[in-house]
Write a protein that binds this ligand. Structure first.
Ligand code: F6R
Length: 590
């Protein structure tokens, strides 16, 4: 389950804070929402639907009390119904639980509980948690002990928060392989799946590790290991600010985050030189480098294959994280795994890292979210420093991944200065790509393409990975089928689909493959295809052209017009770009 959870305990009324905080987690799941607070007793409001719509219907603000928990759901076990929304409770409604993850052994636990007389009111796996806590409390355990005992018996992935009417002054949190971070405020504390949820109130955090339980009151947070032993945990400071996690006048996070690329590349360029050099040495010294990632991050890795080949003259291996375990027999103690992930919570990536670590492999994470599971599991990490990315689609973090990969490749080749200067140069050019004039042009293009059913993208060399990422952007946000392919592959099959008027986006940088890609474009043009050229100069064969400055690191620039096209196509077609159907940002299931 890819859900968001948040808890608040303090001196203020909890429900407005929880509502604002859970909205920040809507990117993690958005089919149902719920909240529970403790006033004189536990009260719960919940329902199927988007947060704003459910709030209009049932008014979360009517919940009183200074302690509460909230949840935004992405259904896995049980349909999208009011009763399956969280919080879930025990038999008497005195314990409430919100949960992110999947309890794999819930059926046997449920059977056990039913035999003991527990009555279930939902189809969720989560409900076993509240009944188990109830059961342990009935047998004489304290609330915290009951959560500990319950957590020990759960199999699968979970982060959950529980409140109990009988111990009003606390929230108990438990974590196992799903993200959970505690926010430390003054006379108030928070717990959430993602720090952006409470960043407005505090940037002081405790990152829980797996199999830790936290007992949170308004002025303390005690952390215990799974045996019940108290642990000393460090309080860290997150560098993001709350403004970055807001739309700031933009209609959607997607467009805000696309425009932020004017600043994010520079942030990579100004990475501390020493740590870049240290990591570059590790890459050079490794016997076998394996890049692993999923989705957009995987496309950045495909680019890494070309970039390292060209700049460092080094072969690197690229794997989809979900497929990586099949190739684990290639790993040795001298292998370096480079795990690339925006969220640092993608289950397939974490699993690949786990497999690699079992073989004694060192892991380097390129990650955007500080304190994420990936960062904590890895031996070394470099942050993308792109700021929070809230839109479900990855945009600015993709170009930051590319930028960091370029910087590392140049540094491995002993050309750090050149790499840094190249990034600074690209960063200035991003502003040209995002000019008002270009944006207007792309809006017009989106209007003319809005009724299309298929769009093809072609490129060669490094631009091949741009086509893969471009196709993913277009399809996930506009639901138009899009396919990216290497220009040379057209004649091996896909050319059969080109008809009069079929739109085809061609990525045409100024490099050694220009001649060949122009030939591939001719193959499409002569079958009646409509050519949209993204290039540093116009060509007669283009029916529509988007002119992009000529730079060595062209993949960073070339993807931006396609991100914009996806955004405006979504608007033309009435889709919500921040929340594409069936998708969630943090994919914490395999
Ligand atoms: C696409 C997108 C996804 C992610 C993928 C990996 O726009 O966002 O394809 O790239 O789920 O996520 P991370 O990078 O967080 O591991």
């Amino acid at each position: 389950m890819m859900c968001g959870i948040v808890g608040y305990i303090g001196e203020k009324k909890a429900s407005p804070i929880l509502l604002e905080s859970i909205k920040k987690l809507e990117y993690r799941g958005y089919d149902s929402v719920g909240m529970s607070t403790i006033d004189d007793r536990i009260k719960i409001l919940k329902g199927a639907g988007r947060i704003d719509d459910v709030h209009k219907r049932i008014n979360f603000h009517s919940l009183n009390g200074n302690t509460g928990i909230s949840h935004t759901r992405w259904a896995t076990h049980g349909g999208v119904t009011d009763s399956n929304a969280h919080p879930q409770t025990d038999c008497k409604g005195k314990i409430a639980v919100v949960h992110n993850g999947i309890i794999e052994n819930y059926l046997e636990l449920k059977e056990d509980l039913i035999k003991k007389g527990h009555k279930f009111s939902s189809e969720t796996d989560t409900e076993v948690i509240s009944h188990m806590i109830e059961d342990y409390i009935n047998s004489g355990k304290s609330f915290r002990e009951a959560v500990l005992e319950t957590s020990r018996r759960l199999q699968g992935l979970f982060a959950f928060l529980a409140i109990n009417e009988k111990e009003k002054d606390k929230i108990i949190a438990s974590k196992h392989r799903c993200p959970l971070v505690i926010g430390i405020g003054s006379n108030e504390n928070f717990a959430a799946s993602d720090v952006v949820s409470f960043l407005k109130h505090t940037n002081k955090v405790i990152f829980l590790d797996d199999d830790e339980i936290a007992e949170i009151t308004k002025d303390s947070c005690k952390v215990f290991d799974i045996t019940g032993k108290q642990k000393n945990k460090e309080i860290s400071q997150v560098r993001w600010n709350s403004e970055e996690a807001q739309k700031l006048g933009h209609k959607h996070f997607m467009i805000k985050e696309i425009l932020e690329q004017k600043e994010t590349i520079d942030r990579v360029a100004s990475h501390d030189r020493k740590s870049i050099e240290k990591i570059a040495k590790m890459i050079n010294d490794a016997y076998g480098v394996f890049f692993v990632a999923c989705g957009t991050s995987y496309h950045a890795c495909i680019s890494a294959g070309y970039i390292f080949s060209k700049i460092t003259k080094k072969h690197v291996n690229i794997f989809l994280a979900s497929e990586f375990p099949n190739f684990s027999h290639f790993l040795t103690k001298n292998t370096l795994m480079i795990a690339v992930s925006q969220s640092g919570e993608t289950a397939d990536v974490l699993e690949a890292v786990r497999v690699a670590k079992e073989k004694g492999v060192k892991v380097l994470a390129l990650v955007n979210v500080m304190g994420s599971s990936l960062m904590r599991m890895s031996d070394y990490s470099l942050l993308l420093n792109a700021g929070p990315e809230i839109c479900v689609l990855a945009t600015k973090t993709f170009t930051s991944q590319l930028a960091l990969i370029y910087l590392l490749a140049y540094t491995c080749a002993g050309r750090y200065e050149e790499g840094k200067k190249g990034l600074e140069d690209v960063s200035k050019k991003v502003k040209d790509v995002l000019s008002e004039e270009n944006i207007q042009k792309i809006k017009n293009l989106a209007n003319s393409l809005k009724d299309e059913e298929n769009i093809y993208l072609i490129g060669r060399g490094l631009s091949y990975s741009t086509t893969l990422e471009g196709a993913l952007k277009l399809k996930e946000v506009s639901y138009i089928h899009a396919e990216g392919l290497a220009g040379g592959e057209l004649k091996h099959g896909t050319l059969a689909l080109i008809e009069r008027g079929t739109p085809c986006i061609a990525i045409v940088p100024e490099n050694e493959s220009r001649h060949d890609i122009l030939s591939n474009i001719m193959e499409i043009k002569s079958r009646g295809g409509y050519i949209i050229g993204i290039s540093n100069r116009n060509e007669d064969v283009f029916d529509f052209s988007i002119i992009i400055p000529d730079v060595e690191m062209h993949p960073i620039l070339m993807i931006i017009p396609i991100q914009l096209l996806g955004y405006y196509l979504a608007l033309e077609r009435g889709c919500n770009p921040d929340f594409p159907r069936n998708l969630a940002k943090s994919v914490t299931v395999k």
